[in-house]
Design a protein around this ligand. Sequence first.
Ligand SMILES: CC1(C)c2ccccc2-c2ccc(C[C@@H](CC(=O)O)C(=O)C(=O)O)cc21
Ligand SMILES: [Zn+2]
Length: 337
Amino acid sequence: MSNTLPSEDGGKEKYDTSGFRKYNIPLEQVPKFSHDDPRVDEYISEMKPVLITGSNLIESAMKWDLEYISEHMPSSNLTVIISKDHNFKYVNEKKLPQGQMSNLKPIHTRWSSMTAREFLQKIKSWKEGDERLYLQQVLDSSVGPQLVQDFLHFNWEWAKNKQRIHGWGPLTSNLLLISMEGNVTPCHYDEQQNLFVGIRGFKRCILFPPEQFDCLYPPPVSDPHDRQSQVDFENPDLKRFPKFSEARGMEAIVGRGDILYIPLYWWHHIESKQNDDYTVSLNFWYKTKPTADIEYPLKSHQKVAILRNIEKMVAEALQNPDEVAHLMRALVLGRYT
Ligand SMILES: CC1(C)c2ccccc2-c2ccc(C[C@@H](CC(=O)O)C(=O)C(=O)O)cc21
Ligand SMILES: [Zn+2]
């Protein structure tokens, strides 16, 4: 693979992936284009990942490091996720078993809050074996006047243009993410369009298209880990998850000022470079426009949405999640297979 410029060979140059974890998954490169290259909008309109370079979308946030945030938000308590190891598995608290059952659920990650200064101290003094920390803070008026000013100076014209030409719905939130080196957000999908921006450090993202749903084995929709792959990428259990061996991914390294477009329903695993400084990223989550008139053939993400709705309806109708598998097997086995 020659190291030519992205614009010449369609962004296929190899990324330098030293410092990231090795998985036994075949990976292609996510194409990388300059922000003014027309191919960027071609990929977004086809709902395919693309890495966009050289945009000034969040120029005013490029100075957001922990010193600056500590100085301009000295007393704010920020949300910090704490994990026993490098995996930060999202837990939907609303779907945790209530009552006495709840103490059976081994809580791998928990939420805490602290100031940016405390967070900085903790990650500076971190040593192997300590709990790991991941700061995530929704950007809203609580981040204080200075960060609000920086936020208002984003290149909203560029973002609004993307939102308009691709028919996205409203911007729902911006999540500011400050991660220790080596933290991993395990593979999952979200139901929103995502412009994921690098501010500091390097993050590696592994993506799979929605149609590989049957290779990545999400748990039942009622599970607290809904939308997350059950497969441990570092030690895949191919007896339980045999089709994981057929998973084919794409990879991108998101550096300072890069924007990775993560299409809705695309699976993504994101990790911060190991033995490197902490990373700072910011995402832009957009609802997608409600499907006015259904067009056939259906897109793969629409089929995943259909599967989710069927699963919810059957579980709701049976009022007992344990009966769902039996009923679905009776529907399909020997009849559609
Ligand atoms: C792991 C963490 C901190 C978390 C804990 C508990 C509840 C929610 C979340 C949550 C949500 C989004 C991200 C950002 C990103 C992954 C990444 O950059 O690590 C990503 O997946 C996306 O932008 O869609 C990260 C997290
Ligand atoms: Zn996500």
